[in-house]
Design a protein around this ligand. Sequence first.
Ligand code: IDP
Ligand code: MG
Length: 157
Amino acid sequence: MRPEERTFVAIKPDGVQRGLVGEVIKRFETKGYKVTALKMLQVTDAQAKAHYAEHEGKPFYPRLIRYIQSGPVVAMVVEGYNAVAGVRHLMGSTDPDKAEVGTIRADFAQVMEYNVVHGSDSVESAEREIAIYFDENEIFDERKCMSELVTEYLDAD
Ligand code: IDP
Ligand code: MG
């Protein structure tokens, strides 16, 4: 069995402004992944810099920082088997023109600069990025909630 993982996903400001939040989340949910944390926020300078530290110095870096702060983002923790690679697979390549049809970026974006969605590229990146946007107490154990509810319901009979 492949490992149960959690990854960090953000619907970027273009995705939020274009009303794609539901559409993007639906793709993760119908795949079977669980959204275990979710919030809309304005990315701060410190969060933007921490998130994209690996790109500092690249020509597109200033525009990337401006883009991620250009409006609210919807940040999530997504969990499931092999979720880091699986989410990247559903998102498609960075450049929407090279992304496979059927992926989020191929279906909803035209240019690399505004590609709708972010997903962590490794388990290590995921943990680092989750910590930039979430406290651990904001992340829920969805299975536990459900099983407790079912147990309570069954016990009530
Ligand atoms: P990823 O989002 O697929 O992991 P990265 O290489 O980590 O891609 O780049 C982070 C983000 O920076 C991309 O999603 C895209 O918005 C932007 N970006 C990456 N490369 C370029 C580029 O060459 N020109 C303009 N924007 C870029
Ligand atoms: Mg990346």
